[in-house]
Ligand binder design. Structure first.
Ligand SMILES: *Cc1c(COP(=O)(O)O)cnc(C)c1O
Length: 420
């Protein structure tokens, strides 16, 4: 394990030894900065805990789909989990392989299925009976067999935010547990599908192991039934969802989580099966920060506002999920710390990044918003015609811009006006 990717030298924040302030000066703000060593360490924690075992890590592309980030994982031998053909194109452009990629998502179109089938993805994680029919049809037209796993909804409570809990009966994901055995029988009877696995994904930002063990138990019960019905299940995919520390959460360490899941599968007598993991947040979340500059300090009767140059369009999680991101001044100031609501420039009251934060800051100072590597840039938008931020990766004192800041003219390049 390398020293922490984010550290202080003479009070100033550094990313792998590079001054965060110098990155902001060089590349502008708002700026996403990723630490390559933090990405590598998180991946290796998964890989090490899987070693000696038939277990595969599929990086959930949607958490951070920058090509440089995906390429770091591809070089480490990762597989990928995608939810669109756009993400498949990114995986291939980043040096990943289709044959190591699983295709998840509730709404795959026929065109996306065809692209993925032609590229040769490893497995389609199918979420409904109509989707099974659609995939069978696409595969028949292509003269191919589509490898299939059914995403089963195990109806366990992942004990996380309702918007990111996905394994309860009440949500749109997966095939209901009670219907799963019959659905497997239907899938097995379709001539252009190859049933090879079973999967689930019970939610995100999960901070306990127990919901996974409950989900695994239900999946393995089903596997035993499905195999008794004559269909072989090659792999068990436990999905992603492991949480990270944003504030004071205490999720299990990656290795501890992986070992607990694998041990549980062994204890149930299924140790011969290949196990898939689909981590997103736990690989990239704490490998990234968002640097933003204080435009104005606005004292008020009830609140002090720090108006910064990053908004909800750059980092949507606070506005979307009331998510907490730790914040610190990039450089230490003699000025007295005060409580601020840190807000963006977007014309919405929901445009806040942090509330009641104690910060010693002056106008023009930089603030680092931590844990921004997952569901940060990927969720950013152009609302208010704001160009999306640049992204930088730091690798042992080398900093490289891995995505250019958008320019305003790009934002309406595809628009046109009536000629008269
Ligand atoms: C989002 C998602 C993941 C990754 O979730 P994290 O919480 O980021 O680990 C994995 N699998 C599927 C099917 C997903 O939708």
């Amino acid at each position: 394990m390398t020293q922490s990717a984010f550290s202080r030298a003479d009070g100033a924040l550094q990313v792998e030894g590079v001054s965060a302030a110098s990155l902001a000066d060089q590349f502008g703000t708002p700026l996403y900065v990723y630490s390559r060593s933090a990405l590598t360490d998180a991946y290796k924690a998964y890989a090490d805990a899987c070693s000696g075992r038939r277990a595969t890590i599929h990086v959930a592309v949607k958490a951070n789909s920058n090509l440089a980030v995906l390429n770091v994982f591809a070089r480490l031998g990762a597989g990928f989990d995608i939810v669109s053909s756009g993400e498949l194109a990114r995986v291939l452009a980043a040096g990943g392989k289709a044959e190591n990629t699983v295709f998840s998502g509730v709404g795959k179109t026929a065109a996306e299925m065809r692209e993925a089938l032609d590229a040769g993805v490893k497995c389609f994680n199918v979420e409904s009976i109509p989707e099974l029919h659609a995939l069978n049809e696409v595969a028949r037209a292509a003269g191919k067999q589509a490898p299939v796993s059914l995403r089963v909804n195990p109806d366990v409570d992942a004990k996380t935010h309702p918007y990111i809990s996905t394994g309860l009966k009440s949500n749109k994901f997966g095939v209901a547990f009670a219907d799963a055995r019959a659905t497997y029988a239907q899938a097995a009877a379709m001539s252009n599908l190859d049933v090879i696995g079973i999967d689930c994904h019970i939610g995100s930002q999960i901070t306990e192991v127990s919901p996974y063990l409950d989900a695994v138990d239900k999946l393995l019960d089903l596997v035993e039934q499905i195999e008794a019905d004559g269909t072989n299940i090659h792999h068990v995919d436990v999905g992603g969802g492991l949480g990270i520390t944003y504030d004071d959460e205490t999720p299990p360490a990656i290795g501890e989580f992986v070992r607990a899941v694998l041990a549980h599968i062994d204890e149930r007598g299924h140790g011969h099966r290949e196990v898939y993991f689909e981590p997103g947040r736990s690989l990239v979340g704490n490998a990234g920060v968002l640097l933003t500059r204080v435009e104005y300090l606005k004292p008020g009767e009830e609140k002090n506002f720090a108006i910064v140059d990053a908004g909800m369009n750059d980092l949507a999680r606070p506005a979307m999920y009331q998510a907490f991101h730790r914040m610190e001044a990039v450089e230490k100031r003699a000025t007295k710390a005060q409580l601020y609501d840190v807000v963006g420039p977007v014309c919405e009251s929901g445009d806040w990044l942090g509330k009641d934060r104690e910060l010693a800051i002056e106008q023009g100072d930089l603030i680092a918003i931590f844990s921004a590597g997952a569901y940060g840039f990927v969720m950013s938008s152009n609302y208010n015609t704001r160009p999306r931020a640049a992204e930088v990766m730091v690798d042992r004192e080398r900093a490289r811009r891995v995505r250019e800041r958008e320019e305003v003219k790009q934002l309406f390049a595809g628009e046109s006006i009536f000629p008269d």
